[in-house]
Write a protein that binds this ligand. Structure first.
Ligand code: BGC
Length: 512
């Protein structure tokens, strides 16, 4: 097993300065994360607004108003209500595999543009929705948009960044996700105060703003050198490489990209190729990481924090305000991970974040048990609300330093070019599938598993932390087209890498 923080990588390092053109390009592309984040943050708040519930989900509204549910744990349990939240992820799941082909054939920019545009139409339909059908149609379009941008943006960032700063620049995506969530929380807090019951329209319709930013922004971005070479535009690729690296001699890195592309061209079907034994480490890691990211339970907090807090006795304003507080912590801790990721490495962040989340989940489960017991019939004990809130905040901070950003960064940096787009498509699909499953089942799970739900997630955090410890090697500082060396040096994954995958091709120049 590699030592923490060590990559075992002894290959080349290319010029690693972060130039202003890389920074600008990465900032613009990261704004793709805004639409994803805005949506995550907006749905939880909107589904706790009475005016929204009474218009679209009157049965949930009545249950809540009359307090007729026998258990505190079950008062929001409605499949239709959860479908509103989770339909988006189902659409994103399907669209991300289409996006993988568009991203490979037409470039990363094209997918970002299509994603932004579809999201824009979805936002408008949601803002003017008059029935549940319109609402869900809007959500599906938003989902298609998210599928396209989440597939292309992390990949774009990883390809633009010099290896030494790839973690920092890639986490720009997650930073924008968290900023999007925070803005949405603030908007919900504001629109919930609007008398007249139309505040939710503003919340949903304002999603058009981040959508416009990424749609227009994508038109102004340069394409990545890797994608240009992949599509035979070598001269343009070289020019862009000189510009973004800020040095005249980009020959070694350019040659590396061209060699990676030649290998990629020899492979016709990236979808079936990904099943080959030599890609097994990447395939397994990039499928499990998004699944595990969702099994941390983060979206229980992101989607349903206002609903959960209402369940344990907070008023609507206090619930929405709490979502703002967790939103601020989410952004702050993501900044911390930006500062640490290329220094400490990915593994220490994963491991410490896992320990932090586990402790908080156990504590929250115990506190909720103390409040409502097994039956859920207990009354609200106000003094327990503050410790619950405290542990939720620490939990969000631990996630935002670790699985939040790394759940997107690591999959985007481990695939060789020939299967990169398809691989990222799998990561996004897996993320969306698990987000859908949690979004759709959480309120029922809370109703049936009660406080035990928090222990359910805690057990998963233990499993994923052990998985990182034994199976995920350090990838910091490894040039993206050299990642194969990391697997061949790993105690477990090296069994999938045959000598000819290393010897006799471009990796052999660098020794292992
Ligand atoms: C996850 C989302 C989550 C968000 C919270 C992202 O990395 O993919 O599911 O809601 O982080 O900040």
């Amino acid at each position: 097993m590699p030592a923490e923080g060590s990559t075992g990588f002894s290959g080349p390092q290319y010029p690693g300065r972060i130039t202003s053109s890389v920074i600008i390009a990465c900032c613009v592309a990261s704004s793709g994360g805004l639409i994803f984040g805005y949506d995550i943050g907006i749905s939880g708040g909107v589904t706790s607004m009475d005016s929204f519930l009474s218009k679209f989900f009157p049965s949930v509204d009545q249950l809540e108003e009359q307090g007729t549910s026998s258990s505190q744990y079950c008062k929001f349990d409605s499949q239709l209500l959860t479908l509103f939240t989770s339909s988006l992820y189902l659409a994103a799941l399907v669209s991300s595999s289409v996006a993988a082909t568009v991203t490979r054939k037409y470039g990363r920019k094209c997918s970002m543009f299509l994603g932004g545009l579809t999201f824009l139409v979805g936002a408008v339909i949601n803002g003017v929705a008059s029935d549940v059908l319109m609402l869900i149609l809007g959500r599906v379009l938003l989902g298609i948009g998210v599928g396209f941008t989440n597939q292309s943006v992390p990949l774009y960032l990883s390809e633009m960044a010099p290896a030494k700063h790839r973690g920092t620049l890639n986490i720009g995506f997650q930073l924008m996700v968290t900023i999007g969530i925070l803005i949405a929380n603030l908007i919900n807090y504001g629109t919930a105060q609007i008398t007249g019951g139309w505040g939710w329209r503003l919340s949903l319709g304002l999603a058009a703003v981040p959508a416009l930013i990424i749609t227009i922004g994508s038109l102004l971005l340069p394409e990545t050198p890797n994608s240009l070479v992949e599509r035979g535009k070598n001269d343009q690729a070289k020019r862009i490489l000189v510009k973004i690296r800020g040095v005249a001699d980009v020959h070694p890195e350019y040659e590396e990209i061209v060699a990676a592309c030649d290998e990629a061209r020899a492979i016709k079907h990236s979808w079936s190729n990904i099943l080959k034994s030599k890609y097994r480490p990447q395939l397994i890691i990039s499928s499990l990481i998004p699944l595990f990211q969702q099994l941390t339970g983060i979206n229980v907090i992101m989607f349903y924090a206002p609903v959960v807090l209402k369940t344990i006795g907070f008023g609507i304003n206090a619930s929405l305000l709490t979502a703002v507080i967790t939103g601020i912590i989410n952004v702050g801790a993501t900044v911390v991970s930006i500062l640490l990721v290329d220094r400490a490495g990915r593994r220490p962040l994963f491991l410490w974040g896992g320990i932090g989340m586990f402790l908080c989940q156990v504590a929250v489960g115990a506190l909720i048990y103390a409040q409502f017991g097994v039956s859920g019939a207990g009354t609200v004990i106000k003094k327990l609300a503050a410790p619950v809130l405290f542990f939720i905040c620490v939990y969000v901070a631990a996630f935002a330093c670790s699985w939040g950003p790394l759940g997107w960064l690591v999959p985007s940096e481990i695939f060789p070019l020939e299967i990169r787009s398809a691989g990222l498509g799998i990561t996004v699909s897996m993320n969306m599938l698990s987000t859908f499953a949690i979004g759709q089942t959480f309120l029922s799970m809370l109703c049936y598993m009660k406080f035990g739900l928090f222990y359910f997630f805690a057990v998963w955090v233990v499993i994923m932390t052990l998985f990182i410890l034994f199976f995920v090697p350090e990838t910091k500082n490894v040039p993206i087209e050299e990642m194969m060396l990391v697997w061949s040096n790993h105690w477990f994954w090296n069994r999938y890498i045959a000598d000819e995958d290393i010897i006799g091709n471009r990796y052999s120049n660098y020794g292992t």
